[in-house]
Design a protein around this ligand. Sequence first.
Ligand code: GDP
Ligand code: IMO
Ligand code: MG
Length: 428
Amino acid sequence: MSKVDVVIGCFYGDEGKGKVIDYLSADADIAVRATGGDNAGHTIKVDGVKYAMHLVPSGLLSGHTIGVIGNGVVLNPAVLLEEIANLKSHGYDVETYLKISEKAQVILPYHRLLDAALEKARTYKIGTTGRGIGPAYCDKYERCGLRMEDLYDPDFKEKLQALVESRKALIAFYDPENTSVEADLDFDTVYQNYSSYAEQLKPYICDTVTLIHRALEQDQKIVVEGAQATLLDIDFGSYPYVTSSNPTIGGILSGSGISAGDIGDVYGVIKAYSSRVGKGPYVTELTDETGDRIRELGHEYGTTTGRPRRCGWLDLVTLKYAKRVNGLTALSVNHLDTVGKLDTIRVCVAYEVNGERTEDFTTNLRFLNNAKPVYKDFEGNFGDISGCTTFEELPKKAQEYIRFIEKYIGIPVKFIGTGAEREAMIIR
Ligand code: GDP
Ligand code: IMO
Ligand code: MG
């Protein structure tokens, strides 16, 4: 039986997971998305065309890899259909290569409205993507959410109506100023739209657990594409400034039906600096002009919401935590080209909290808000590294930077990103 390789974000998302999964999918039979929804945005540049993948697994871009949307995903059919149409317009045979779990949860129009209303009512804003992710997972765990298979049930209309009607009052409760709820959730329109989505998506729906296990038994290669990241995890992230799913290794298993024993390599993806979009603690954040410079050099604007990302230095204390929680076996360091344009590169090697030095991370907000980063400095100005195809071709100071990360974390850096293009990656 073959083993499943997993790609996981180590910080606050947008580490370049899409690019790594795209590389791994070149010789994969199946690429799986297991968690989250269209809050994810994975950018991949293929032959000059930029794809922003929100729900369709990035691996499908290989042209020969089946993309599976697993049971752990919360799926907005309207967004998915748009993404399918875009891929088809670029020549992708989506009908053959996309599979959707019958157990994936359906995002309904009220989820987005409720997301906005809850955010408005919060004293401490989370800065959600506004895609209805939190409310959709609430319905799942409250056990009233609709799964994809429910769209084809004889009692679908009744279930939908009960949900939509009951949520109107909830939205009005959290956001009494919203006077368009009745119109936005006009039941006939919602029902017609979702009946149409159901019809269009029917060919893709199947039992993805059996599909995955049959493939493993036939020794096929499977990769799982993590969405979001370790510090956005509902259990292991900086709660409450997190998303509503488990993007860490446990969520990969429960969101796909893959067992722990099936897991092979677990690749942790980081940037050679760091970024965060949305609110919450961020120990190595730079609020000065260096932060602005990194944002411009790295084009750090959200793939999903277009928001400017907060930027800062690489934090190895956090990375060690991500390694522990996920059982990382190797790393991918993206944007070495970006950080190499700076004169000095700083890396956080410890925190000082209330006068005490520590290298152990915890997500306690008081701890994080009091933590001061202890930095080690590296020489930057790597020059143009975009043409480097081997580690040895990199300037010595760039090699030194990568080796330091490896030594600190204790696992190899297997992939190094030298640019946004598909080919701009050193494989070791
Ligand atoms: P994901 O959500 O983890 O897949 O990451 P995003 O796609 O949201 O953000 C990563 C951004 O960095 C995208 O714009 C990528 O095109 C870009 N990118 C990824 N790797 C590299 C790299 O090594 N160098 C540069 N310059 N850009 C990169
Ligand atoms: P990818 O897969 C970066 C953040 C939001 C917000 C918090 C909660 O592209 O790395 P949500 O809408 O999930 O309820 O928002 O999580 N967030 C992300 N930040 N990349 C992502 O995905 C994210 N998905 C959610 O900005 O702070
Ligand atoms: Mg992203």
